[in-house]
Ligand binder design. Sequence first.
Ligand code: 13P
Length: 240
Amino acid sequence: MLIAGNWKMYKWPSETAAFCGGLWERLAGTSGVDVVICPPYTSLAEAVRPFDRTDVAVYAQNVHWAEEGAFTGEISTRMLLDLGVDGSLVGHSERRQHFGESDETVARRTVAALEAGLRVIACVGESEEEREAGQTELVLRVQVETLADAVGAHEHLAVAYEPVWAIGTGKTATPEQAQEAHAFIRSLLDVPLLYGGSVKPENADELLAQPDVDGALVGGASLDVESFAAICEAAARIRS
Ligand code: 13P
């Protein structure tokens, strides 16, 4: 089980150390779950320091495909590795929606990150309109096959299924909807599959109990030590 917290554009560096200390204390004694936090770039160093030599991994929220170069505003694999960062999210729907990320650029970022030795959680998911139009599988197929063609079932790759209509809306996919989408994704690319979209301590048990759900990518509920730790504990219970 893998539980990842995507902080999005929340928490400045001065808040990060306190959060990490609190989380580490709170999770002492919890086993059987891999925990990842994904702070904004400016808080990565603050997160890497307290979690050095612990089992909590620190990922960025995006990474560029070039090692260095004239790419204003981007961050490279080498920069993340030099900081001690373990991996990166790639292709989050907010990047796709607001910043022009495409399946092709997601694949390029994924390939480069994996080749550099970073771990990757690549995000896929359909919008509300696409689901209502009966296009969920079509959309997932295109997104996942682009990744599968580029890297295959790489041992450092995980995929997060995040239906866009469930992100930050409080509208969680039902456990059945999550399971159905995950089974479909697994038929195309057999890597660990995380569910994301309004995961909270109250619904984590049911979602994580689905056979093809191998973990969660948590947004809002990962910003609070208590609720994030409660989701990590739910994951530990299920696989113990
Ligand atoms: P919420 O958990 O806030 O819905 O966000 C999900 C998400 O986008 C995680 O990457």
